[in-house]
Design a protein around this ligand. Structure first.
Ligand SMILES: [Zn+2]
Ligand SMILES: [Zn+2]
Length: 352
């Protein structure tokens, strides 16, 4: 069967090519793509600013924020039926190597694949993709596909807040640095946990938006005195939870100033391959607990349940500010790269 698939050959060298799909193995699912978001990391790879997209072994098919419909299932597949709406993991562990058998995170897998960043794990920027059953998850029939395309993003924010020790509750003051899609997800998660949510972002449009997605207060870090403002909002204590969701050098450096004593700190925003000067000594005298989040471990089913319960409290559709048909993928990347202030989420759509 032939399909049109996008391939990144190098920075800003994205081509739609017609390819013959391989026959389905017994444990695989053929998925007809219905929606695929463009992530900030897709933009960084497209611009050649991130080592995550593997140009050394390119071409590869980007797209890890996808949702689609099972078009065909392999003979051994039992948990997914033809017609099901599905989404899938991004970081794919092998389950067989020494680290997988030792119960380590998927990102520790010695044979790790990563959907949408490498040729061995093609992403959702194509008419069809093939994925093994163990990484494929059914979403409820009543979900829009574009909500499904948010599961991966939300999963990263949710795991960064609740999967790795930040665990906010109603006694906590959470500061989230960065009001992009991951920050928006973290904001809704912290709010659902009952905590007070304060979001720090220099862009006014993002600060305005996140007030509708869980934030109680927003702070502009470009204004002098913003640290005092955070202290005031937290009764002089400083936040007990800090989520770094910007991946921005200044944002990362600021967390050491923002965090209150004994704060739990979750790092989610990407900053691969750069050194960021920070005042690391504050980790010691503030007794900070800093946790990374390299992938999310078996967290998709939980994310789907979480989203099912909160999806009607928030206008997820309004977050998809731009839509482009897959055929216009170059225009879509153009907007995602050059209009970051207005493009909250650029969504690719597909013909029936
Ligand atoms: Zn992403
Ligand atoms: Zn492994």
């Amino acid at each position: 069967m032939k399909a049109n698939i996008a391939f990144l050959h190098g920075p800003e060298d994205l081509r739609i090519e017609e390819v013959e799909l391989p026959p389905l193995k017994p444990n695989e699912i053929l998925i007809k793509l219905k929606a695929c978001g463009i992530c900030g990391s897709d933009v960084e790879c497209y611009e050649g600013k991130s080592a995550e997209g593997r140009y050394d072994i390119a071409p590869y098919t980007p797209g890890h924020e996808w949702a689609g419909q099972a078009a065909e299932v392999g003979s051994a597949v039992t948990s997914v039926k033809v017609g099901n709406k599905v989404v899938g993991d991004c970081v794919l562990p092998c389950f067989n190597c020494a680290n997988c058998k030792d119960g380590k995170m998927p990102s520790a897998c010695l044979n790790m694949r990563e959907v949408g960043f490498r040729p061995d794990s093609p992403g959702g920027m194509g008419e069809y993709m093939i994925l093994e059953e163990c990484y494929t998850h059914v979403i409820p029939d009543d979900w829009a596909y574009e909500l499904g395309a948010w599961v991966e993003t939300f999963n990263v924010g949710y795991w960064g807040v609740w999967g790795n020790g930040c665990d906010p509750d109603a006694s906590d003051d959470c500061v989230i640095i960065g009001a992009g899609p991951i920050g928006l997800s973290a904001s809704m998660v912290c709010r659902t946990s009952g905590a007070q949510v304060i979001v720090v972002d220099p862009l006014a449009s993002r600060r305005e938006t996140i007030l509708k997605y869980g934030a109680d207060h927003t702070v502009d870090p470009s204004k002098p005195g913003y640290l005092d403002e955070i202290l005031r909002l937290t009764n002089g204590r400083g936040p007990s939870v800090v989520i770094e969701a910007s991946g921005n050098d200044k944002g990362i450096a600021s967390l050491f100033d923002i965090a209150g004593h004994s704060a739990r700190v979750g790092l989610i925003g990407h900053s691969i391959g750069r050194k960021v000067p920070v005042e690391i000594g504050k980790t010691i005298w503030k007794t900070l607990k800093i946790a990374g989040s390299g992938g999310t471990d078996k967290w998709f089913p939980r994310t789907i349940r979480f989203l099912s319960r909160i999806k009607d409290n928030y206008d997820f559709a309004a977050l998809n500010t731009h839509h482009f048909n897959f055929k216009d993928i170059h225009k879509a990347f153009d907007v995602a790269c050059h209009d970051k202030a207005n493009a909250r989420k650029v969504m690719l759509t597909f013909d029936e």
